[in-house]
Design a protein around this ligand. Sequence first.
Ligand code: HEM
Length: 232
Amino acid sequence: MSSKNPLRSPIGKKLVTGVTGLGLVVFVFIHMTGNLALFTGNEAYNQYTHFLTSLGGLLYVIEAGLVAFFLFHIVNGIQIWLGKRKARPVGYDTYKSAGSPSQQSASSRSMIITGLILAVFLVVHVISFKFGPGGPGNADPAYVTTIGGEEVRDLAKLVRENFASPFYTFGYTFVMLLLVVHLRHGIWSALQSLGAMRPSLTPLVYTIGAVVGVLIGAGFIALPLAIYFNLI
Ligand code: HEM
């Protein structure tokens, strides 16, 4: 029995993946710029993360939205990939770039791989930072500091400790490079699905994807490397 829900059609799934993907781009951009606060000092960073925690109920609403966006994005992304596999069960031996305007390239085929690695990263990342020492359900006096007489979580200490390890630093750097690849193709693909299909727009849309992807990736990579090499 075929579904009547247009969002369950292949085009609907591309739209859902595109819209949730662009929402997640906004999140990662904000998250990346927030992290840069550590460049100005531990106190500024702890103040920023404490501000987020102090949003209370609003933060829970934002987090619930974020989880929903990630889940819809991942589930629809996997379904699109499965749908393409069903349509062409035997893979080609060799790939050639389809070139402009399709821009099918190594990054479009690797979306499923980079996406799944990012999903695993996300789980490990949230466990080690948000729910790490001093986090919710994991009270630890060694990760508490005071700002203006108020006790706040010392997340700056945890970030610095983690990125003192080469495993964390270079693991993160590698995953952030995959994020650039994922964003570069994902932003282009989402904008195409949302209507920027005119061939004349293709180079512009592709450049936007590449620039935004590299900016976000570079912003994220700067912090672990700066900490590891004792630059901040
Ligand atoms: C160098 C790179 C990164 C650093 C240093 C970093 C740092 C952090 C820290 C310290 C937290 C805990 C914040 C808190 O509890 O207030 C956090 C949470 C989080 N991070 Fe990252 N992050 C990085 C990259 C990423 C990337 C690439 C993604 C997404 C693909 C991501 C997604 C998240 C999410 C979803 C949360 C939980 C937010 C919440 O529930 O409030 N992070 N990150």
